[in-house]
Design a binder for this molecule. Structure first.
Ligand code: NAD
Ligand code: ZN
Length: 367
């Protein structure tokens, strides 16, 4: 049995705990009760159709056994479920299940289910309690910060809210069923949290990449703990995204553009961000930072199984165009999160678009 870890996301009266450990779903009854989830009002577990056959019965049994009134709703797996249409369907299900103001919505799944269920919780009866039971590595990122949203056909995550959970329950056993590609994609944001904040943690990832890819519980538990801790530290200082929180976007300016141009099927988010972080490292070096930034970034991302080369068939003009839609773009220059050292980034508001174009071209040659 690996160590059970716990951290608190410090947000004043909205503070909440994240529990990380092996077999934690077995303790869901006690933990839910401890954090004020009602046994009198019905709760709704929202999950997707890939997670449901693997983990829903377990959570349902534990909570029902502990005396909670449980209903469940299953949405199709994938980003397309983050829609207003799904939100409406889920509200229908919540009403039919008799959820009231004291009820809770439980997200069992990855970031898609977390964002969708979180937005249901934020909007149902003007807001009910929310619990996250993340089942992907990537969801360590979405479990901190309280951003919940659905997509609009014209823009991702554009209809949403800030809604903090009551608790997050990360059971490492659920991660054992993740496909390898999803494991690596999730580790991308783990490494990102190191790169923006904690050089020692980057070195640790470098040394433990193999264990992480093999889902070794001790390694995974530490990595999720560190990833959540860094995000929590950033978010605690800037809950509503006024400043510091921008550093979480390392690799995302290029990454989002790649996702948009490639279509959301070719590259997973974590894969696009990996390529984006290589781009940021190249940018840093081009602006005079030590070569080591690029070397270490590339080594660690490669070791955890992530792509570093930008697929050559993606059109550079289209990528540049997509970045200019990015809210971080300003006339002729771009705002970029640029590493200053491993574990430290700066917000550079003066990066020339022509340099970015060069970097994009270089990323197609990456080997
Ligand atoms: P996801 O939820 O789509 O999960 C990826 C795939 O893995 C899905 O097909 C899912 O069904 C499957 N899956 C999930 N858990 C599994 C398990 N234990 N075993 C087997 N299969 C499993 O994607 P994700 O990568 O977790 O999250 C991406 C989403 O998160 C995006 O919509 C993104 O916008 C959002 N996000 C939000 C925040 C935030 O702060 N709110 C931060 C980062 C990402
Ligand atoms: Zn991201």
């Amino acid at each position: 049995m690996s160590t059970k870890r716990e951290l608190t996301v410090e947000l004043g009266e909205r503070s909440y705990p994240i529990y990380i450990g092996e077999g934690l779903i077995d303790e869901a009854g006690e933990l839910f009760a401890k954090h004020g989830i009602s046994k009198k009002s019905p709760l709704l577990i929202i999950t997707d159709d890939e997670v449901a056959p693997r983990h829903l019965a377990h959570l349902n049994d534990v909570l029902s056994g502990a005396g909670f009134k449980v209903s469940t709703a299953i949405v199709p797996a994938g980003e397309s479920s983050k829609s207003l249409a799904k939100l409406e369907e889920l509200v229908t299900q919540a009403l039919q299940a008799g959820l009231d103001r004291k009820s809770a919505i439980v997200a069992l799944g990855g970031g898609v289910v977390g964002d969708l269920a979180g937005f249901v919780a934020a909007s149902y009866m003007r807001g009910v309690k929310f619990v996250q039971v993340p089942t992907t590595i990537l969801a360590h990122d979405s479990s901190v910060g309280g951003k919940v949203a659905v997509n609009h056909p014209l823009a991702k995550n554009i209809i949403g809210a800030f809604h903090q959970p009551e608790l997050v329950l990360y059971d490492l056993l659920t991660l054992q069923t993740l496909p390898q590609r999803q494991i690596s994609a999730g580790l991308s944001e783990v490494v990102k949290h190191g790169l923006i904040w904690d050089a020692e943690f980057v070195a640790w990832c470098d040394d433990h990449a193999e264990q992480l890819c093999a889902l070794d519980h001790e390694a995974l538990s530490y990595a999720l703990y560190k990833g959540c801790s860094v995000k929590a530290a950033v978010v605690s200082e800037d809950e509503r995204e006024n400043g510091l929180r921008a550093i979480l976007n390392l690799g995302h300016t290029i990454g989002h553009a790649l996702e948009a141009v490639a279509g959301y099927n070719e590259l997973l988010h974590g894969e696009a961000i990996s390529i984006g972080m290589i781009g940021s490292a190249r940018l840093a070096v081009a602006l005079g930072a030590p070569e080591e930034i690029y070397n270490v970034t590339k080594r660690v991302l490669t070791k955890v199984g992530l792509p570093i080369r930008l697929p050559a068939h993606l059109d550079t003009d289209a990528i540049m165009e997509a970045m200019q839609h990015d809210k971080k773009f300003q006339e002729g220059t771009m705002v970029f999160i640029v590493p200053a050292a491993i574990g430290k980034v700066e917000i550079n508001t003066q990066v020339s678009a022509s340099l970015v174009r060069e970097i994009v071209e270089q990323l197609k040659q990456e080997a």
